[in-house]
Design a protein around this ligand. Structure first.
Ligand code: TMP
Length: 254
Protein backbone atom coordinates (compact mmCIF):
# COMPACT_ATOMS: atom_id res chain seq x y z
CA UNK A 1 0.00 0.00 0.00
CA UNK A 2 1.40 3.40 -0.90
CA UNK A 3 1.02 6.36 1.44
CA UNK A 4 -2.13 8.31 0.76
CA UNK A 5 -5.05 9.72 2.67
CA UNK A 6 -7.23 7.06 4.27
CA UNK A 7 -10.86 8.16 4.01
CA UNK A 8 -12.53 5.24 5.79
CA UNK A 9 -11.63 1.82 7.14
CA UNK A 10 -14.32 -0.85 7.36
CA UNK A 11 -14.13 -4.48 8.44
CA UNK A 12 -13.22 -5.88 5.03
CA UNK A 13 -12.15 -2.83 3.01
CA UNK A 14 -10.27 0.46 3.19
CA UNK A 15 -11.13 3.55 1.15
CA UNK A 16 -8.30 5.86 0.13
CA UNK A 17 -8.33 9.20 -1.62
CA UNK A 18 -8.36 8.56 -5.39
CA UNK A 19 -6.03 9.95 -8.06
CA UNK A 20 -8.61 12.46 -9.33
CA UNK A 21 -11.29 14.47 -7.51
CA UNK A 22 -14.50 12.48 -7.17
CA UNK A 23 -12.71 9.13 -7.11
CA UNK A 24 -11.65 6.75 -4.35
CA UNK A 25 -9.45 3.67 -4.22
CA UNK A 26 -11.20 0.68 -2.64
CA UNK A 27 -8.70 -1.73 -1.05
CA UNK A 28 -9.87 -5.29 -0.28
CA UNK A 29 -8.50 -6.86 2.93
CA UNK A 30 -8.35 -10.55 3.89
CA UNK A 31 -10.00 -9.72 7.23
CA UNK A 32 -13.36 -11.34 7.89
CA UNK A 33 -15.90 -10.58 10.60
CA UNK A 34 -19.32 -11.91 11.50
CA UNK A 35 -22.05 -11.49 14.11
CA UNK A 36 -21.48 -7.76 14.56
CA UNK A 37 -17.73 -8.13 14.83
CA UNK A 38 -17.90 -10.73 17.63
CA UNK A 39 -16.18 -13.28 15.39
CA UNK A 40 -13.05 -12.13 13.59
CA UNK A 41 -10.58 -13.92 11.38
CA UNK A 42 -8.53 -13.88 8.21
CA UNK A 43 -9.46 -15.63 4.98
CA UNK A 44 -6.19 -15.80 3.09
CA UNK A 45 -6.52 -14.42 -0.44
CA UNK A 46 -10.12 -13.27 0.07
CA UNK A 47 -9.28 -9.65 -0.75
CA UNK A 48 -7.71 -10.57 -4.08
CA UNK A 49 -10.65 -12.80 -5.04
CA UNK A 50 -13.37 -10.38 -3.91
CA UNK A 51 -11.67 -7.56 -5.83
CA UNK A 52 -11.88 -9.67 -9.00
CA UNK A 53 -15.35 -11.11 -8.34
CA UNK A 54 -16.83 -7.68 -7.57
CA UNK A 55 -15.10 -6.18 -10.63
CA UNK A 56 -16.60 -8.91 -12.79
CA UNK A 57 -20.15 -8.68 -11.41
CA UNK A 58 -20.26 -4.87 -11.33
CA UNK A 59 -18.99 -4.75 -14.93
CA UNK A 60 -21.64 -7.19 -16.15
CA UNK A 61 -24.35 -5.22 -14.29
CA UNK A 62 -23.10 -1.98 -15.80
CA UNK A 63 -23.42 -3.58 -19.27
CA UNK A 64 -27.13 -4.20 -18.68
CA UNK A 65 -27.63 -0.60 -17.58
CA UNK A 66 -27.34 -0.84 -13.79
CA UNK A 67 -25.30 2.21 -12.72
CA UNK A 68 -22.45 1.37 -10.32
CA UNK A 69 -19.61 3.19 -8.59
CA UNK A 70 -17.03 0.84 -10.17
CA UNK A 71 -14.55 2.42 -12.61
CA UNK A 72 -11.73 -0.11 -13.05
CA UNK A 73 -9.54 -2.57 -11.20
CA UNK A 74 -6.13 -1.08 -10.42
CA UNK A 75 -4.21 -4.09 -9.11
CA UNK A 76 -4.66 -7.34 -7.18
CA UNK A 77 -6.32 -5.73 -4.16
CA UNK A 78 -7.51 -2.31 -5.34
CA UNK A 79 -10.14 -0.86 -7.58
CA UNK A 80 -10.93 2.71 -8.60
CA UNK A 81 -14.49 3.77 -7.75
CA UNK A 82 -16.54 6.94 -8.00
CA UNK A 83 -16.92 8.79 -4.71
CA UNK A 84 -20.57 8.60 -3.69
CA UNK A 85 -22.57 9.62 -0.64
CA UNK A 86 -23.45 6.25 0.87
CA UNK A 87 -27.12 5.84 1.79
CA UNK A 88 -27.08 4.32 5.31
CA UNK A 89 -29.33 1.40 4.37
CA UNK A 90 -28.34 -2.20 3.63
CA UNK A 91 -30.83 -3.72 1.24
CA UNK A 92 -31.11 -7.52 1.46
CA UNK A 93 -32.80 -9.52 -1.31
CA UNK A 94 -33.80 -13.10 -0.47
CA UNK A 95 -34.86 -15.90 -2.80
CA UNK A 96 -34.48 -18.86 -0.44
CA UNK A 97 -34.85 -18.93 3.37
CA UNK A 98 -31.50 -18.81 5.19
CA UNK A 99 -29.63 -16.96 7.92
CA UNK A 100 -31.54 -14.40 9.97
CA UNK A 101 -34.80 -14.93 8.04
CA UNK A 102 -34.82 -18.63 8.95
CA UNK A 103 -34.04 -17.77 12.58
CA UNK A 104 -36.56 -14.93 12.89
CA UNK A 105 -39.52 -16.80 11.41
CA UNK A 106 -38.56 -20.43 12.08
CA UNK A 107 -38.49 -21.29 8.37
CA UNK A 108 -36.10 -24.17 7.62
CA UNK A 109 -33.00 -23.11 5.72
CA UNK A 110 -33.33 -23.93 2.03
CA UNK A 111 -37.09 -23.36 1.80
CA UNK A 112 -37.76 -21.52 -1.47
CA UNK A 113 -39.63 -18.25 -0.83
CA UNK A 114 -42.95 -17.71 -2.65
CA UNK A 115 -41.43 -14.56 -4.14
CA UNK A 116 -38.24 -12.56 -3.68
CA UNK A 117 -38.33 -10.63 -0.41
CA UNK A 118 -36.59 -7.30 0.18
CA UNK A 119 -35.52 -6.21 3.66
CA UNK A 120 -33.84 -3.03 4.88
CA UNK A 121 -31.28 -2.65 7.66
CA UNK A 122 -30.03 0.65 9.07
CA UNK A 123 -26.22 0.80 8.86
CA UNK A 124 -25.05 1.39 12.42
CA UNK A 125 -22.37 -0.65 14.18
CA UNK A 126 -23.44 0.65 17.62
CA UNK A 127 -27.04 -0.42 17.03
CA UNK A 128 -26.02 -3.71 15.30
CA UNK A 129 -27.67 -2.79 11.96
CA UNK A 130 -31.33 -3.01 13.05
CA UNK A 131 -33.98 -4.08 10.56
CA UNK A 132 -36.10 -1.08 9.54
CA UNK A 133 -39.18 -0.39 7.43
CA UNK A 134 -39.74 2.05 4.55
CA UNK A 135 -41.54 4.24 7.06
CA UNK A 136 -38.41 4.54 9.24
CA UNK A 137 -36.22 5.22 6.21
CA UNK A 138 -38.31 8.04 4.81
CA UNK A 139 -39.44 9.50 8.18
CA UNK A 140 -35.86 9.73 9.48
CA UNK A 141 -34.65 11.10 6.13
CA UNK A 142 -32.13 8.32 5.42
CA UNK A 143 -33.51 8.13 1.86
CA UNK A 144 -36.29 9.93 0.01
CA UNK A 145 -39.23 7.87 -1.29
CA UNK A 146 -37.89 8.29 -4.84
CA UNK A 147 -34.41 7.11 -3.75
CA UNK A 148 -35.97 4.06 -2.17
CA UNK A 149 -38.03 3.32 -5.29
CA UNK A 150 -34.84 3.49 -7.37
CA UNK A 151 -32.97 1.22 -4.91
CA UNK A 152 -35.74 -1.39 -5.00
CA UNK A 153 -36.04 -1.31 -8.81
CA UNK A 154 -32.26 -1.67 -9.20
CA UNK A 155 -32.10 -4.47 -6.60
CA UNK A 156 -34.75 -6.49 -8.42
CA UNK A 157 -32.86 -6.10 -11.70
CA UNK A 158 -29.64 -7.13 -9.97
CA UNK A 159 -31.44 -10.15 -8.49
CA UNK A 160 -32.88 -11.26 -11.84
CA UNK A 161 -29.59 -10.84 -13.65
CA UNK A 162 -27.32 -12.38 -11.02
CA UNK A 163 -29.71 -15.28 -10.32
CA UNK A 164 -29.44 -16.24 -13.99
CA UNK A 165 -25.71 -15.66 -14.18
CA UNK A 166 -25.02 -17.83 -11.12
CA UNK A 167 -27.49 -20.53 -12.19
CA UNK A 168 -25.52 -20.77 -15.43
CA UNK A 169 -22.44 -21.81 -13.42
CA UNK A 170 -24.30 -24.18 -11.11
CA UNK A 171 -24.85 -21.81 -8.19
CA UNK A 172 -28.06 -20.80 -6.44
CA UNK A 173 -28.23 -17.12 -5.40
CA UNK A 174 -29.93 -17.63 -2.02
CA UNK A 175 -29.70 -14.02 -0.82
CA UNK A 176 -27.43 -10.98 -0.96
CA UNK A 177 -26.89 -7.53 0.46
CA UNK A 178 -26.51 -4.34 -1.58
CA UNK A 179 -25.51 -0.79 -0.71
CA UNK A 180 -26.25 2.30 -2.76
CA UNK A 181 -24.86 5.82 -2.98
CA UNK A 182 -25.81 9.19 -4.40
CA UNK A 183 -23.71 10.42 -7.31
CA UNK A 184 -24.02 14.03 -8.51
CA UNK A 185 -23.30 14.88 -12.13
CA UNK A 186 -24.09 18.35 -13.54
CA UNK A 187 -26.50 19.21 -10.71
CA UNK A 188 -28.30 15.89 -11.25
CA UNK A 189 -28.33 13.12 -8.65
CA UNK A 190 -28.36 9.42 -9.53
CA UNK A 191 -28.59 6.42 -7.25
CA UNK A 192 -25.79 3.98 -8.04
CA UNK A 193 -24.78 0.57 -6.75
CA UNK A 194 -21.80 0.87 -4.38
CA UNK A 195 -19.68 -1.26 -2.00
CA UNK A 196 -18.99 -4.75 -3.42
CA UNK A 197 -20.74 -7.91 -4.60
CA UNK A 198 -18.84 -11.01 -3.52
CA UNK A 199 -19.20 -14.20 -1.44
CA UNK A 200 -18.83 -11.89 1.61
CA UNK A 201 -22.29 -10.46 1.00
CA UNK A 202 -24.06 -13.15 -1.04
CA UNK A 203 -25.18 -16.66 -0.12
CA UNK A 204 -24.24 -19.01 -2.95
CA UNK A 205 -25.07 -22.72 -2.82
CA UNK A 206 -24.12 -25.40 -5.31
CA UNK A 207 -27.28 -26.24 -7.26
CA UNK A 208 -26.80 -30.00 -7.06
CA UNK A 209 -25.37 -30.52 -3.56
CA UNK A 210 -26.47 -27.33 -1.72
CA UNK A 211 -22.85 -26.98 -0.59
CA UNK A 212 -22.29 -23.46 0.75
CA UNK A 213 -19.74 -21.46 -1.23
CA UNK A 214 -19.79 -18.17 0.67
CA UNK A 215 -18.99 -16.50 4.00
CA UNK A 216 -21.30 -18.88 5.88
CA UNK A 217 -18.35 -21.32 5.75
CA UNK A 218 -16.49 -18.82 7.98
CA UNK A 219 -19.55 -17.85 10.09
CA UNK A 220 -20.43 -21.50 10.79
CA UNK A 221 -16.87 -22.92 10.96
CA UNK A 222 -17.54 -25.25 8.04
CA UNK A 223 -13.89 -25.31 6.93
CA UNK A 224 -12.51 -24.96 3.37
CA UNK A 225 -13.33 -21.25 3.47
CA UNK A 226 -10.58 -20.09 1.07
CA UNK A 227 -11.51 -22.90 -1.33
CA UNK A 228 -15.13 -21.71 -1.46
CA UNK A 229 -14.14 -18.20 -2.58
CA UNK A 230 -11.73 -19.72 -5.13
CA UNK A 231 -14.43 -22.02 -6.45
CA UNK A 232 -16.81 -19.10 -7.09
CA UNK A 233 -14.05 -17.23 -8.95
CA UNK A 234 -13.11 -20.41 -10.86
CA UNK A 235 -16.70 -21.02 -11.99
CA UNK A 236 -16.99 -17.37 -13.06
CA UNK A 237 -13.89 -18.02 -15.18
CA UNK A 238 -11.89 -15.28 -13.47
CA UNK A 239 -9.44 -17.33 -11.43
CA UNK A 240 -6.26 -16.95 -13.43
CA UNK A 241 -4.80 -20.46 -13.72
CA UNK A 242 -1.72 -19.52 -15.72
CA UNK A 243 -1.20 -15.95 -14.45
CA UNK A 244 -3.27 -12.76 -14.69
CA UNK A 245 -3.66 -12.91 -18.50
CA UNK A 246 -5.11 -16.44 -18.39
CA UNK A 247 -8.72 -15.44 -17.75
CA UNK A 248 -11.28 -17.36 -19.77
CA UNK A 249 -14.77 -16.17 -18.77
CA UNK A 250 -17.64 -18.20 -17.32
CA UNK A 251 -18.06 -21.88 -18.20
CA UNK A 252 -21.78 -22.59 -18.45
CA UNK A 253 -22.94 -25.80 -16.77
CA UNK A 254 -25.67 -27.76 -18.61
P1 TMP B 1 -28.69 -12.50 7.10
O1 TMP B 1 -29.44 -13.74 6.79
O2 TMP B 1 -27.60 -12.67 8.13
O3 TMP B 1 -29.61 -11.34 7.46
O4 TMP B 1 -27.92 -12.06 5.76
C1 TMP B 1 -28.60 -11.88 4.55
C2 TMP B 1 -27.60 -11.61 3.43
O5 TMP B 1 -26.97 -10.36 3.61
C3 TMP B 1 -26.47 -12.63 3.37
O6 TMP B 1 -26.18 -12.89 2.00
C4 TMP B 1 -25.30 -11.96 4.02
C5 TMP B 1 -25.57 -10.50 3.77
N1 TMP B 1 -25.15 -9.64 4.87
C6 TMP B 1 -24.11 -8.75 4.69
O7 TMP B 1 -23.52 -8.68 3.63
N2 TMP B 1 -23.76 -7.94 5.75
C7 TMP B 1 -24.36 -7.99 6.95
O8 TMP B 1 -24.00 -7.22 7.86
C8 TMP B 1 -25.44 -8.93 7.12
C9 TMP B 1 -26.17 -9.03 8.46
C10 TMP B 1 -25.80 -9.73 6.06
Amino acid sequence: MTRRRRIYEGKAKVLFEGPEPGTLVQYFKDDASAFNNQKKGVITGKGVLNNRISEYLMSRLSEIGVPTHFVRRLNMREQLVREVEIIPIELVVRNVAAGSLSQRFGIPEGTPLPRSIIEYYYKSDELHDPMVSEEHITAFGWAAPQDLDDMVALSLRVNDYLSGLFLGIGLKLVDFKLEFGRLWENEEMRIVLADEISPDNCRLWDVKTNEKLDKDRFRQDLGRVEEAYQEVARRLGILPEGGPSDVKGPKTIQ
